[in-house]
Design a protein around this ligand. Structure first.
Ligand SMILES: Cc1ncc(COP(=O)(O)O)c(C=O)c1O
Length: 344
């Protein structure tokens, strides 16, 4: 029998809506959003666009739908987008850009800090030649695996893209984590991008929802593709209300998640069999000495800890969020100390 998860560090998507959020959802004013009639959705779209400093926004069912609709807004059939080899929109969305959007991905390798080398980006941009796909877009992710991408790099990479007349898209599923960690206005991070996808259901605690913001013509195109992608939802103000609640209540507190991640990393780093990457935000990556990998993974599961990337994977991933508090972090550290004390 498997033990139920008590302390769930698998992802910041596992949060359950709070009582306040549920109350906001229950009292949401709604209408049919496919007819453009839902006032709460309008408020959410405008609120996210305003925070990100963009002119327009469109509510999406998920980050995957939002990234795909954005790629389809920037690229036509047979066009190409450049993204990191491990970027979510390339590596973790079933290749939807290719099989649903008829868009060819051009992945480039990541540098150790998660960025893409400017030379690699430039080398991947195709000249106008009938043998080659037309490169249309550079897609960047921030945070990337929990790491905050340097603003100077973002600025250089997006300037390079513009010099080559490429569009720019930011997968900002966790862009508020980047803003809080860097003590920046999120609009500053968003400024160089034509489109930004922002998830409300990751660290921000909403049950569902992403908003794609950007230039009005691109957002209008994405709204059109959204319908074909099954994202034309009806009285979805009930969900948008959760997003508005998340914006009002759950952004500044991301600093707590980051502090909890730092505490977790510090505690684990004292154990010689664990090699820990100091976190920028709420995601802690841990390598376990191979001889302990299976035993420790099984132990954590038996003790009720949920993580991803256990035995057989290169690293464990521990994610802090609204529903794991400091006590859960201390339990995890104490459990690790107990295990490795007895494992010798
Ligand atoms: C960086 C990033 N982008 C996009 C997504 C996709 O979001 P969703 O799961 O809502 O489709 C995720 C999901 O975890 C993500 O981590």
């Amino acid at each position: 029998m498997t033990t139920a998860i008590r302390d769930d560090f698998r992802s910041d998507t596992v949060t359950r809506p709070s009582a306040g959020m549920r109350a906001a959802m229950a009292s949401a004013e709604v209408g049919d959003d496919v007819f453009g009639d839902d006032p709460t959705v309008h408020r959410l779209e405008a609120a996210v666009a305003e925070r990100l400093g963009k002119a327009a926004g469109v509510f999406m069912a998920s980050g995957t739908q939002s990234n795909l609709a954005a790629l389809m807004a920037h690229c036509g059939r047979g066009d190409e987008y450049i993204a990191g080899m491990d970027a979510h929109c390339y590596a973790h969305e079933q290749g939807g850009a290719a099989w649903l959007g008829s868009i060819q991905p051009q992945p480039v390798p990541h540098q150790p800090d998660g960025t893409l080398a400017l030379d690699d980006i430039e080398a991947a941009i195709k000249e106008d030649d009938p043998h080659l796909a037309r490169t249309r877009l550079l897609a960047i992710e921030n945070t990337f695996g929990g790491r905050v991408m340097p603003m100077s790099w973002i600025s250089d990479a997006t300037a390079l893209a513009r010099r080559h007349r490429l569009g720019t898209h930011l997968d900002g599923a966790r862009v508020f984590n980047a803003a809080v960690a860097g003590n920046l206005d999120v609009a500053q991070i968003a400024r160089p991008f034509d489109t930004i996808s922002v998830c409300l259901s990751k660290g921000l605690g909403a049950p569902i929802g992403t908003v794609l913001v950007g230039e009005p013509d691109l957002v209008a195109k994405a709204r059109r593709s959204r319908k074909a992608l099954g994202g034309g939802l009806r009285q979805v103000g009930i969900i948008a209300a959760a997003g508005l609640y998340a914006l009002d209540h759950n952004i500044d507190r991301l600093a707590e998640d980051h502090a909890n991640a730092r505490r977790l990393a510090e505690g684990f780093a004292r154990i010689p069999a664990l090699s820990v990457t100091p976190p920028d935000t709420n995601i802690v990556w841990v390598r376990v000495a191979p001889e302990h990998s299976k035993g420790y993974t099984d132990f954590l599961a038996a003790e009720g800890f949920g993580i991803t990337g256990g035995y057989g994977k290169a690293q464990q991933r521990w994610v802090t969020h609204l529903d794991v508090d400091r006590a859960a972090v201390e339990r995890a550290i104490a459990a690790a100390e107990r295990y490795f004390m007895s494992a010798g």
